[in-house]
Design a binder for this molecule. Structure first.
Ligand code: ZN
Length: 214
């Protein structure tokens, strides 16, 4: 209650540079400084990921605030950045599937970050039909072997869902090791998907990924 009152009386402050008296959560100068650096990362011979921003500086801080401190007011800002960077009219898929969070995480956060980012772009084909059945820890610091062991059987299709013969885009906020996207695509190909691609807002620089500039 006190926080709400303070927010009402105090002028809005930029989440990145603390400039006050602005209309949006991030000031124009900071927003402008977040430049898209789109890349296509090849994760495997059958999976490439289109991604828009390197995960550093301003974007890293904002994405952290959005996901872990529930700054949901940042969602429209990310959506706008995606709109400026990705040609969604050229994205023709039968299905768009978000990387699912385990229910425990959704409950502890109270919202679903990936859905707010992408659902609006893929309305007709958006389908959260893959379920995470194992709550895996964050995978970034684990070895490739540990990651693949932890992700074994981590996902399954909801009963009654078919991906047979479909062209699918898997969406997530960030690609870090790529292990989660690889595991999802493996499941979807096993279930008969014709083609699986991935799209994320941000990426980290990883040595094992092959970069192709679009
Ligand atoms: Zn600022």
């Amino acid at each position: 209650m006190i926080k709400m009152l303070l927010e009402w009386f105090l002028p809005q402050q930029c989440l990145l540079c603390d400039r006050v008296g602005i209309e949006n959560p991030v000031c124009e100068a900071c927003l402008h400084a977040i430049k898209p650096q789109p890349k296509i990362l090849t994760l495997s011979p059958v999976l490439s990921v289109e991604s828009c921003f390197e995960y550093h500086h301003g974007l890293q801080k904002l994405l952290h605030l959005y996901k872990f401190e529930k700054h949901t007011q940042l969602a429209p800002l990310f959506v706008q950045k995606l709109k400026e960077t990705v040609d969604f009219s050229a994205q023709k898929y039968d299905l768009c599937i978000p990387v699912p969070a385990h229910e425990n995480r959704i409950h502890s956060r109270g919202f679903y970050p990936v859905e707010l980012l992408f659902k609006g772009f893929f309305l007709d084909v958006y389908s959260p039909c893959v379920q995470r059945c194992k709550d895996t820890p964050y995978l970034f610091e684990l070895s490739a072997l540990e990651r693949s062991r932890l992700l074994k059987g981590a996902f399954r299709l909801h009963a009654g869902t078919s991906v047979q013969g479909k062209s699918i885009v898997v969406v997530d906020d960030i690609v870090t090791t790529g292990a989660t996207l690889a595991s999802m695509s493996e499941l979807l190909y096993c279930e008969g998907a014709r083609k699986v691609s991935a799209l994320t807002l941000a990426y980290t620089q990883l040595k094992h990924m092959v970069e192709n500039h679009p």
